[in-house]
Design a protein around this ligand. Sequence first.
Ligand code: GRF
Length: 197
Amino acid sequence: MKRVAILISGGGSNMLALLRDMGQGGHPCAPVLVASNDPAAGGLAKAAALGVQTAAVDHRAFGRDRAAFETALLQPIMAAKPDIICLAGFMRILTPDFIRRFEGRMLNIHPSLLPKYPGLHTHQRALDAGDAEAGCTVHEVTADLDAGPILGQSRVPVLPGDTADTLAARVLVEEHKLYPAVLRRFAVGDRVPLIWG
Ligand code: GRF
């Protein structure tokens, strides 16, 4: 049974999708922690309601000292002894030191068809570029932001009249299916990328 810690910054809809899937029988993973850089993250209460250990370390208390914030965040993470870390709507850039600790066993979901549109505002950028399709990517986290080995992608059409919000909503539905499916495979050593749509 692989122990999974999930890092969030907000509502945690992807975290919830992962927890719900891990709650199914026969899943190779079990959740051991949901942690956030924001004590007010809505996902923390949702995780606690599902009986999952939670932790919050307010990054604002550390100013610009990213390393000090991560040292504090590592406390509850290491105490949970995770085998795998899932970033799910986690909005802090992690230092290479932190990433090195979990290299090869830290995943992230990004709301674009990487390598297109790393970083923020992915849906607006796809609309501005006139792309016919958009989507989401689950990838391994490496020191290069949003650039690690791709483990899964799901494509959706861009429709006439789409706004960033309507496109984000369509992609989010796919995120909630893709991330759990990729985690199941990743946990049993399957690295063949899942490509949908
Ligand atoms: C989602 O678009 C996800 O792709 C990105 O953050 C957004 C919110 O995620 N990483 P969640 O609802 O907090 O899981």
